[in-house]
Structures are given as C-alpha cells and as structure tokens.
Design a protein around this ligand. Structure first.
Ligand code: GLC
Length: 384
C-alpha cells in the first residue's frame, strides 16, 4: 500500500460530523476535539488532494464557533466529556486563539470556489479585525498565552516566564496560572497585556500573521471588497514594524516582550522571516547557509532547537524535536525564495520520517516518532 493510502485511512478515521459541523481531529487516539490551526492545516491538505468540500467544511466548522467579538477559539470541544481547563466559557470553546492561518487556507479554496470564500469573507474580516483591535501594539501582534503560539512548551517562553530548564509540570502549572489570570480580566486582552505576565511579540505568530495578511489582500482583491486597501495598509505597516524583531546583538530576528528579546533564540524561529517574506534574496541566502550548518541540518531537519544549544532535547515536545508543520512552512518559504534543492531535501527527509508512522513529532537525530501516530497535520508532507 502506498504512503498516501495509509495516510488517507488515518485522515478518514479522524473525521467527525458533530451537530452539523464536519471537521477532523488532530488524532482520534489522543486529541478528541477540534483545534484552530490544525483545522486550517487539514483544510490545506484536503484542498491539495482536491477534496474541496471537506476543505470548506473544515473552515466552516471553525467559523460556526467564532465568538461575537470576532475571536476564533483555539479549541472547540467535541462534547463535554473532557473539559480539562477552566477557560471561563460556557460555549464549549477555549478563550484564546492560535496562529491565524485561516486566510491562507481560504485562499487555497478560493481558486476553486470563489462563492464559498465570498460567503465567509465577512467572518474572516471580523477575525482579523479582532486580532488587530485586541492584540496589536504598533502593528505587531501580542500573544497572551504560550498555547496561542501553537508551540506550547517552546524554549523561548522560559525567560519570559522567569524559568530555567523547567520540567513539564512546572510549565503546566505556569500555563494554568496565566489562563486563570486572563479569565479574571473577563477575557479582556488589553487589560491582561498591561499586566505583562505574558505579553509576547512572538516571531513565529507574527510571521504567520503577515503570510495571512497577504492572503486577505489577495482575497479582498479577487472578491472586489473595499477592505483591500485596509489590509494592504496593515500589511505594509506590519512589514515595517517587523524590523523590530531584529536583534542587533545576536544578528537574528528574535521574539521579544517588554523586558527585551527572549534569552533563547537559537532555534527554528530564526528562519521564520523567510515565511514572512521579510528578507532580500541575499539575506535569505544567509539564513539558508545557517540552516545547513550541523546545528540545524540534523539527519532529519529541522530541529525546533539548535543541536548544540544547551536547552536542546532530542525527544522533547517543542524543545528540539522535528514537526512536520514547521518543515512545511519552511519548505514553502524556501520555494518562494527559489531555494528549490534545500526545500526538496527537507521534503525527502520529512517523507522518510512519516514512513515510520504519521507521528506528532520526531527525533531529529534518530528519526524516532513520538506522540500519537495518527496525527492529521503530519499529512502536510504531501503538500511540500
Ligand atoms: C498541541 C500542539 C498545538 C496543537 C495541538 C493539537 O497542543 O502544541 O500546536 O494545535 O496539540 O494538535
């Protein structure tokens, strides 16, 4: 049987039809609900397979749970069997968001079904306006919780949270504390941001935002919406503001908060200016050279933390392991910049990884998979 046939079986098994909403679980063995950026990736995967109805349904089911204020929650519960956190909600959703990939996913569909995107455009507009109104400070967006980054236990949060090499439990306790404090503000982002408990300009989140602002400009244009100018303006200003991520001392783009740049920037995020399209070809070349050093060019690239960094752990969640969605972002960006061979190599190595199972994340040195082996977004490997 082919790899793709194996994967399609997994995908099918992860599909749910619940209360008129169709969507795909990240993994039926481990993640029994719907997650925001996962669903955007699933939609992209369906579209790349030509399964456009499913690609549309996946986005529709997210938008069905959009909040009145425009926010799209990062987690939508399938049922009330496992409310493991206190989100301060009673609508079966969480109260925080995730990297805003929905415009990019919609743009993929638009090429095939303009009418569908026309129908959802106002909801997309409402979401990106919410992000801008609730979270932007001088055109860069703040995330207010590690979970919003989608990179849950990422090393960059250690210094923000005043922790040193925290174990899983310490991180979990901190995350719970932050959530409780946010809930106390009545989900008022601005109020919470003022407290500086976790008000982070995340390089990865903002790079993905720029990618999606481009999609909003393109969609508004194709649909003849007068918001095209608004998004073009936001995109231009965010591109200028993006330079604030550049850390002159370490000479790489780096996540920051009110205390300055985060301590650990020796990780995959330094490559995300490629995703934002923020670099000249020459600067991009410099980053590709860095990518190909033994720090990042492991047997199975790209590790989430540089191999020689003291916080590198080859088997730990977001602290050294390889993730297929990150490789997908980088592959696409490398192709846009014309680095086809490097992208092809990442694709080849990623395919080798999933041959052992569609695991959630992988060891960059041995290739061993971890987490559930029916992880839906690992199918992004077919769209690299
Ligand atoms: C983990 C990941 C997050 C993802 C979720 C569901 O929490 O860190 O990015 O959305 O699982 O797959």
């Amino acid at each position: 049987m082919s790899l793709k046939t194996d994967y399609l079986k997994i995908l099918k098994n992860n599909q749910r039809d619940s209360g008129g909403r169709f969507f795909t679980l990240p993994s039926s063995s481990y993640y029994p609900h719907q997650w925001f950026w996962d669903s955007c990736f699933h939609s992209i995967i369906y579209a790349s397979f030509g399964q456009f109805q499913k690609a549309e349904d996946e986005l529709k089911s997210l938008l069905a749970k959009q909040w009145e204020n425009g926010m799209i929650p990062h987690l939508i519960y399938l049922d009330d069997t496992r409310f493991d956190e206190d989100w301060g909600t009673n609508n079966m959703t969480s109260s925080i968001t995730q990297p805003p990939m929905i415009a990019y996913a919609a743009e993929k569909i638009c090429k095939r079904n303009k009418k569908f995107v026309k129908d959802i455009f106002e909801q997309l507009n409402k979401y990106y306006d919410w992000l801008y109104d609730a979270r932007s400070e001088n055109y860069l967006l703040s995330i207010i919780h590690p979970w919003e980054s989608g990179l849950d236990d990422f090393v960059s949060w250690d210094s923000v949270l005043s922790l040193e090499n925290p174990d899983k439990k310490t991180l979990a306790d901190k995350k719970r504390y932050l959530l409780a404090e946010y809930v106390k503000t009545g989900h008022d982002s601005r109020k919470f941001m003022k407290r500086n408990l976790f008000n982070v300009k995340c390089l990865v989140f903002n790079s993905i935002y720029i990618l999606n602002l481009r999609s909003m400009v393109a969609l508004a244009k194709v649909l003849g919406k007068n918001s095209e100018q608004k998004y073009q303006d936001r995109l231009d200003k965010t591109n200028i503001a993006y330079k604030r991520f550049f850390d002159k001392k370490t000479k790489v783009y780096t996540t920051f908060d009110s205390n300055g740049f985060v301590k650990n920037n020796n990780n995959f995020s330094v490559f995300f200016p490629l995703v934002a399209g923020a670099l000249t070809k020459e600067e991009a070349k410099g980053l590709v050279t860095k990518m190909k050093t033994h720090d990042f060019w492991t047997k199975y690239p790209i590790p989430t933390v540089a191999k020689t960094d003291k916080s590198f752990e080859a088997d730990r969640y977001w602290r050294g392991t390889v993730w297929i969605n990150i490789n997908w972002f980088l592959c696409k960006a490398l192709r846009r910049y014309g680095f086809f061979e490097v992208a092809d190599e990442i694709k080849k190595k990623s395919l080798e990884l999933v041959k052992t199972g569609f695991y959630e994340y992988f060891n960059p040195i041995t290739g061993k998979g971890y987490g559930p082996d029916d992880f839906s977004w690992s199918g992004l490997v077919f769209d690299m």
